[in-house]
Design a protein. Structure first.
Length: 84
């Protein structure tokens, strides 16, 4: 039987800035991304004109290096800085 990539599911420490959005860690990267999307959708932060962009509120600006708008692809890179 093939083994899954356990590194992807390994619980990671979460920064205080990211914990304000997704909750206290540690949790796997996949769970962080899932909770991040729940937060984005619950607060209606997905750009209406271009669904690939996220409009940051005050909590997300701390995670997104102060940027008001980021793409989905940039978001994963910025979130990675808050995981260890």
């Amino acid at each position: 039987m093939a083994q899954t990539n356990s590194a992807f599911m390994r619980p990671m420490s979460i920064s205080e800035e990211l914990a304000a959005v997704v909750g206290k860690g540690p949790m796997p990267r996949s769970e962080v991304v899932k909770k991040l999307w729940v937060y984005i959708k619950a607060n209606n932060l997905q750009d209406q004109a271009n669904k690939r962009n996220i409009n940051a509120d005050e909590n997300l600006k701390k995670v997104f290096d102060g940027k008001a708008t980021v793409s989905m692809f940039e978001m994963t890179k910025l979130v990675s800085k808050h995981l260890s």
